[in-house]
Design a protein. Structure first.
Length: 455
């Protein structure tokens, strides 16, 4: 265990260093992360004595079966840091100096859109710089205050630009995927989503049906809250309505504030482009139903959604435990199941100082390891920026859960052309003992049926 001062790397880079160390023979625990309160607590939970450290310090915690294995891990650690250092300075001594501010970059590159992905406490300044420069901005960062979100969206309205986010995980603009983006075919459907994984579910189902998208505009999970008042949603709807490539709009949100939902529905009535809404809540369409309605509105057939269930007769009973990485998928499953215990590991409280669980599944795998029986419901989301091979770590955990008597159901969100390979991931998870569905709603209903419920 050591703490290094004056060293900073982003959480994704450090997660990859941790994985490189953890995969070495004889290494039983490897944790390389910034010394945030959460990460220090996790290190102590697994038995390390952590010296005084702050969030700007780097925490290195490695446990091995032998001194030889520990020495090898130390050498690998330095090699990984050397690689990170070379990547940071790859421009070379003669390279032109990069702009030092977002506004300077906008001037230098004639940009129209900025993507902000920095720790949440710094995201507001960068996003405001972009807005003041006349750029629309996608804020991938989470842990941005509500007050800052409202101020950004008010200022964006003054400048005639769109703020996507904060905590906007997914967008597709002009065919370019941003954040957690699946490989989607181009097509006539435009999406406005106060949900990243909700947008991924609907667009992936459309892709399975042979239908593509024009744009996917994320607006942040709080946009349809009473406080934010759908500021970005209304702008995005008007933008897609004016887009000649968009023949149909799908509007997706976690359960919205009722008064905001009413405002949005009135705005939809004034658009010339037809709109299918998926505003999740009791008695409302689920995401799969919304995708099916979109296909119907376009006059296209609804296919049978792919699934890989376990043999008929499996019905273990017991409690339902939902362990999710996507907040909207988690909310949808909880509504459909009508009971059970659900955790969204992508929520801010779990991602402060850590990579999102779609990148680093460690926290969720730990929770899965504590499940002793009953039924476990999981989402696995594919696409760019997500875990390059989620089944490699999840399949062994599924086998162990099965050995402890649990049934495992997986909602697998992705397309056939995603880099992880949807078919390969489905096969690996199914062979490990999981029932796999590309529809999260179907997965939730199947999981509830295994407990003895009938949602």
């Amino acid at each position: 265990m050591e703490v290094r001062t004056g060293v900073y790397h982003d959480s994704v880079s450090l997660m990859r260093v941790s994985q490189a160390l953890g995969s070495r023979p004889g290494v039983t625990v490897a944790m390389v992360a910034m010394a945030t309160e959460l990460n220090v607590g996790m290190a102590r939970e697994v038995g390390f004595e952590v010296p005084a450290a702050g969030p700007s310090d780097l925490l290195v915690a490695v446990r091995a079966e032998s001194e030889e294995a520990l020495g090898g891990a130390a050498e690998e650690l330095e090699r990984q840091f050397a690689l990170l250092g070379r990547a940071a300075t790859s421009g070379g001594a003669g390279a032109e100096a990069a702009p030092r501010t977002t506004r300077a970059a906008a001037r230098a590159w004639d940009a129209t859109l900025a993507l902000v992905s920095v720790p949440g406490e710094h995201a507001f300044a960068e996003a405001m710089d972009a807005v003041e420069a006349g750029l629309s901005v996608m804020i991938f960062s989470d842990n941005v205050s509500l007050e800052h979100e409202i101020l950004l969206k008010e200022r964006a309205a003054e400048h005639g630009v769109l703020v996507m986010g904060p905590d906007c995980g997914t967008a597709v603009v002009g065919g370019a995927g941003l954040g957690f983006a699946n490989v989607l075919r181009p097509g006539p459907v435009g999406v406005v989503a106060a949900s990243g994984t909700g947008a991924q579910q609907v667009t992936c189902l459309l892709d399975h049906a042979g239908t593509g998208v024009s744009h996917v505009l994320g607006v942040g999970g709080r946009d349809l809250s009473a406080a934010v008042g759908a500021r970005s949603t209304l702008v995005a709807l008007r933008a897609l309505d004016a887009d000649p490539a968009t023949e149909l709009i799908v509007l997706i949100s976690k359960p919205p504030a009722p008064e905001v939902a009413a405002t949005v529905r009135r705005a939809v009535e004034d658009l010339s482009t037809p709109v299918v809404t998926a505003l999740l809540g009791p008695g409302q369409d689920d995401l799969t139903a919304a995708a099916e309605k979109a296909l119907g509105a376009l006059g296209r057939p609804v296919p049978e959604w792919p699934s890989w269930p376990m043999p008929a007769g499996e019905r273990p009973g017991g409690p339902l435990c939902g362990l999710y990485s996507g907040g909207t998928l988690c909310a949808e499953a909880e509504i459909i199941a009508g009971g059970g215990s659900f955790t969204d590991f992508g929520d801010d409280e779990y991602t402060r100082g850590r990579a999102h669980p779609m990148i680093d599944p460690s926290t969720r795998l730990a929770a899965l390891g504590e499940v002793a029986g009953g039924v476990v419901l999981l989402d696995v989301v594919l696409g760019h920026a997500a875990d390059p091979d989620p089944s490699a770590r999840l399949a062994p955990a599924v086998r162990r859960a099965r050995e402890r008597g649990a049934a495992v159901v997986v909602a697998l969100v992705g397309t056939d052309t995603d880099p992880q390979g949807l078919g390969r991931q489905a096969q690996a998870l199914h062979e490990a003992g999981a029932s796999v569905f590309v529809s999260n709603a179907a997965a939730a209903r199947h999981a509830a049926s295994l407990t003895g419920g009938t949602p």
